[in-house]
Design a protein around this ligand. Sequence first.
Ligand SMILES: [Zn+2]
Length: 207
Amino acid sequence: MDEPVASHQLTPKPRVGDHYLLLDHACGRCPSCEEGWTVWCEQPTAGQPLCWVPAEHSSSEVSSLLKAVSAFLSARVESKAVVLAIAPEGGVTILDGLTLVHSGPVLLASDPRDPSVKSRLAGLNEAGRADAVVSLLSGRDAVRAVKRGGTVCLPDTAVEMPTVTELAQREVRLVGPRDLAELVKKVGRQSVEQLFERKGASSLPLR
Ligand SMILES: [Zn+2]
């Protein structure tokens, strides 16, 4: 995660009615794919259908959420770990996404300095800080909110990145996304699609 490059693994296919199809472009054969980092595929293909998304959510919003959850998955934090998600209010809830892959407590805040968030964290562990923080907003805020020696998961380099010094001072491990298609396969396409459906619509066939 040294260079500010964007992943090209996912793109939206033109809309069908009020949904669009998210395509997975990972080739599976380039050096990045072979090492399991398909999110950074170097030779994107025409793409395979991955899941349907309602048109009310932008593909950048959706892929950002999938990348953040993928980062959390690749961080392999303990199942009982206290997780704090930092995300904007409204929009797709990352809380539901993280709950699909984590059995321990998950808190959601738009601002980790919020006193009510701090008091809830204080009630969950001695450090009064999250064991892992997943941020769709500032990576620097995430580093300040996590416990010493904790894990910070970020979708990609689009969010405000912490400095090397900030990471070193707090002994924080920074983890990025790995494979977005693997995440969808792991939790199930319908569970992922359900994250984005407000009306509980039935699943459409992939095509
Ligand atoms: Zn590839």
